[in-house]
Design a protein around this ligand. Structure first.
Ligand SMILES: [Zn+2]
Ligand SMILES: [Zn+2]
Length: 266
């Protein structure tokens, strides 16, 4: 897609084919790949262990009331599946749009993977289970922990349904980036190909729309079901305008460079 690469310090300037006026400036992919902090990997591993412990506790609690609240299982599962697409999309949009790799702590730990993914979309296929998924597990830990305080049983229908929903939602959110990784994986088995072709999980061609510069739409990466709807109502552009109004921050400044980011908001 890009023809020319001009290195400027740790940046790479990339001109679009057929020299469009928009100049996309991205970070160096090798620098980004090297920036995965050891301390964050340790934290992610702890998060993953806590996630599985909490999920096991909630699974036991659900199994105790499952006989009397069996009719909650399917609706909470479907709602969790749909909502995981939205949550994944919202987090993806935030990571792509705001902040900088140069920010202390947050930059290398949370923002760097989003920058790396736009410069080198296949880097994710080389990431192991922890680097791919554990940040999602870490984010789910406080939510699952709060779930422990919800009362469950026939006499508590609302809090029981919330517990069922959160249980499924956090499990699906854990697999969001794994599903995203499969959308970039070249070698895959027949089951994955079937699920992708049926749009039960993220379809690679559908996801390619997001990977078209300036990377500003189709953020949902679990099923992708919400992408065309959110795009049709201008959900993310409206949200960006609201944030810009109060913070004066420039969306995608760190991802595509100042000039391309300024051009996109005009
Ligand atoms: Zn992205
Ligand atoms: Zn992707």
């Amino acid at each position: 897609m890009f023809q020319k690469k001009i290195e400027i310090g740790d940046w790479i300037m990339q001109d679009k084919e057929q020299s469009t006026p928009s100049v996309i400036v991205q970070r160096d992919k090798d620098e980004l790949a090297k920036g995965y902090p050891k301390w964050f990997r340790f934290l992610e591993t702890i998060g993953l262990i806590l996630f599985f412990i909490l999920v096991a506790i909630i699974a036991i609690r659900i199994s105790i009331v499952a006989n009397e609240l069996w009719y909650f299982i399917l609706p909470s599962l479907i709602l969790g599946w749909i909502f995981s697409d939205f949550i994944g999309g919202l987090v993806h949009w935030a990571g792509d749009t705001w902040g900088s790799v140069d920010m202390p702590i947050l930059g290398p730990a949370l923002i760097r993977p989003f920058r790396e993914h736009h410069v080198d979309p296949y880097a994710i296929t080389r990431h192991d289970f922890i680097e791919t998924n554990a940040a999602c597990a870490l984010a789910g830990v406080p939510i699952l922990f709060s779930c422990l305080f919800l009362k469950m049983g026939k006499e508590f229908p609302i809090s029981s349904f919330i517990a069922f929903f959160v249980f499924f939602l956090t499990i699906f959110v854990l697999f969001t980036n794994q599903i995203h990784k499969w959308a970039h994986t070249k070698k895959k088995n027949k089951i994955l190909i079937f699920l992708q072709n049926a749009h039960i999980i993220l379809n690679p061609e559908h996801h390619q729309i997001h990977h078209t510069p300036p990377f500003n739409k189709y953020y949902c990466i679990t099923t992708g079901w919400l992408n065309s709807f959110l795009n049709s109502i201008g959900f993310f552009p409206k949200f960006e305008k609201l944030i810009m109004k109060y913070t004066h921050a420039l969306p995608r400044r760190d991802d595509i460079g100042v000039s391309a980011a300024e051009k996109e908001i005009k």
